[in-house]
Write a protein that binds this ligand. Sequence first.
Ligand code: SF4
Length: 350
Amino acid sequence: MVEIAEAVRGERDWRDVSAIAKMHDGKIVETRADASDFFWDLDELPMPRWDLLSLKRYWNIARPHGGHFKPGAELRYAPLMTTRGCLFTCSYCHIAGETEESVFGAIGRFRLKSDERALRELAVLKGLGVEQVYIEDDMFLGRKERALRLLRKIQEAGMSISDVNGVNVVHMFRKDALRRYEPDIDIIGALKEAGFHEIVMAFESAAPRVLRKYATNKWDPERMPIDRLIRACKEYGLSIGGNYMLGYPDETRREMQQTIDLARCHKEAGIDWVNFFSVMPLPGTPLFNESVRDGYFSPNFNPDYMDWTKAVFKNTIVPPEEVAVLRKQAWEEWNSKEFRENKVAMAVLA
Ligand code: SF4
């Protein structure tokens, strides 16, 4: 950011600014990331200057992108990131594209801030009047002991947590003496005590082939008893949502139906709502490059028109129009009228 500002002021050549894209002579030109800019130790990053932001204005006009609140509710929230990156590399995710060889550098690597650093940031936010923090980590539960410790300390600091961005299904389980998966009651109890009302879990697909190919095998539909996990969360008074994706480039009708059926089973086990998303090949992800290479997607497509409700691939086994209908039908069929109306109201008010 500082380099960009210097380049805009004419104090530095823009070609020396690390990892930017710029229109030059009618063409988009990218500069590469400078490896020396990479912070392995996140504690070395300067503290964010939140005091320079108009937080009150954000509270009035915007909303965190998750959490439990009513439309129109007064919030005094701010994001907090205690880790960066992720241990998985799902092909539709920006993380998977953020490798050493990429223009961004290896910023997708999983890195953690120390407890002291995370709590220092929290104290600054509290001093600015923030009451709810939204943990933006993509993999907050990646180190469970640390996550449990931090949840406790955030509570002790008198702040409430409105939500965590990334909850991986695998982290909601532990293995018993026979190496079988069982719901991790310590994690569920700690989330509840920290003030959570709801947890949203990313299942993405029910088809093992799809999970293997696109989602780094990040959960195991055959070995993880999701019905028991849902029941355990409900016993702790937590609402549970599930996220599912339809329309992977080579996904078959049968695999899509498997996912819709899985969401139905989750509903029957007590999950509160199920979100269905169209798969989006966002630029910068491996999925984007592979889809262009394999003829599923045009490189000239305007990404501004991508939307999680639209199916944008071409030459797929299931035509995009059918994927869009399947997604909409599943969302309408398996969610209550109240949930659907609330979602629409939140989108309008945000
Ligand atoms: S688990 Fe989530 S954050 Fe991690 S790579 Fe997959 S989609 Fe991205």
